[in-house]
Design a protein around this ligand. Structure first.
Ligand code: HEM
Ligand SMILES: CC(C)=CCC/C(C)=C/CC/C(C)=C/COP(=O)(O)OP(=O)(O)O
Length: 302
């Protein structure tokens, strides 16, 4: 009988780390919050329960394509990632994953996600998700990020698509109400990212990425963050104005908007060390809680 293949301990030991590297490339925490917004888009599209097939395969397919987009981002940004303190430890700059394997992983994940959506959800969602992947991995990462300080405003549309993708997963068609959810995330993205960009200004300057604090200065960026949080507060009221949401959402979103405006006001007029990253972290909780309130309000209000 053939001797069982013995994998050298170092290879065995490296295998979990190898998969951990691929998992890290998919930006799991970002994709997780995106999938919450997908789920909310699905639930708000229908008065009753979401059918299991679009629910399971929509979340799976969109999650796979979003993870593939993030992995393409790692591949395209591997040089600058290796030069920045926040990203130098990532799999590609560290040589934990080769370029060929990263490309194969990204393409395979994207194709599997697309086929899943195309065959088990619907064509519209498959193509819209593919457009979001191109918007982030190519338009934003490969072009806008290096071309203009408005990079994340335009590139933010790709990241704002998930609630619309959830909506089309269960209806197979566009709806104005879904676009309101896209507008909310579109208005949320600039304060979300620019707060981090203020904290990481020197690193972006070192690798010649024209983030707003690098091209227009920290004070101008703080003013833009404050103005966008006011714009976001207005955008968050739109679902109430069109009768899509009820009083629970009105109260919850207003409290969250006031919190975001207050944090941004503090950043602009009473800055302290570490406050920019507090605003960045607040933005993540803001979006998560906002979409949770949308979900609870929907089932209380319907
Ligand atoms: C073009 C649009 C966006 C840009 C430029 C952007 C930028 C960033 C950056 C630079 C980070 C830090 C990542 C790290 O240090 O590993 C981050 C973290 C994060 N972003 Fe965004 N973001 C965008 C859109 C979004 C969207 C749409 C969502 C969710 C719906 C989101 C959710 C998150 C979360 C949850 C984190 C924390 C990740 C972690 O702690 O590992 N982002 N974002
Ligand atoms: C299919 C679909 C819904 C696609 C969305 C893809 C996606 C994962 C968007 C994430 C947005 C994000 C974290 C951008 C940061 O990129 P960055 O390069 O500015 O950040 P980094 O420097 O941390 O890599």
């Amino acid at each position: 009988m053939a001797k069982p293949l013995s994998i050298p301990s170092s290879d065995t030991q490296s295998q979990p780390l190898q998969w951990r590297a691929y998992y890290e490339m998919t930006k799991p925490k970002v994709v997780a919050l995106m999938l919450l917004t997908v789920l909310v888009g699905m639930c708000l599209a229908l008065p009753g329960a979401v059918p299991l097939q679009p629910l399971i395969f929509g979340l799976l397919g969109i999650g796979m394509m979003a993870g593939a987009a993030a992995a393409f981002n790692h591949l395209i940004d591997r040089r600058i990632d290796g030069l920045m303190a926040r990203t130098y430890n990532r799999p590609l700059p560290k040589g934990r994953v080769s370029i060929t394997k990263a490309l194969t992983f990204s393409i395979s994940l994207a194709v599997m996600g697309f086929v899943l959506l195309y065959t088990l959800v619907n064509e519209l969602t498959a193509w819209l998700t593919f457009a979001s992947l191109l918007g982030y991995a190519v338009v934003y990462t490969a072009y806008l990020k290096r071309a203009t300080p408005q990079n994340i405003v335009v590139g933010g549309l790709a990241g704002a698509m998930p609630p619309l993708l959830g909506w089309t997963s269960v209806t197979g068609e566009f709806h104005g109400n879904a676009l309101l959810l896209v507008i909310i995330i579109f208005a949320w993205t600039p304060p979300h990212f620019w707060a981090l960009a203020i904290h990481r200004k020197a690193e972006y300057a070192k690798v010649d990425i024209p983030m707003l604090p690098v091209t227009h200065g920290t004070e101008f960026t703080k003013t833009c963050i404050l103005l966008y949080t006011i714009l976001l507060a207005i955008a968050c009221l739109l679902p109430v104005l069109v009768g899509m949401c009820g009083p629970l959402y009105l109260v919850g979103s207003t409290l969250l908007s006031c919190g975001f405006i207050y944090k941004s006001w503090e950043l602009k007029f009473d800055d302290k060390p570490g406050l920019a990253m507090q605003v960045f972290r607040f933005s993540i909780y803001h979006l998560m809680l906002l979409f949770i309130v949308l979900l609870v309000d929907h089932y209380l209000w319907v």
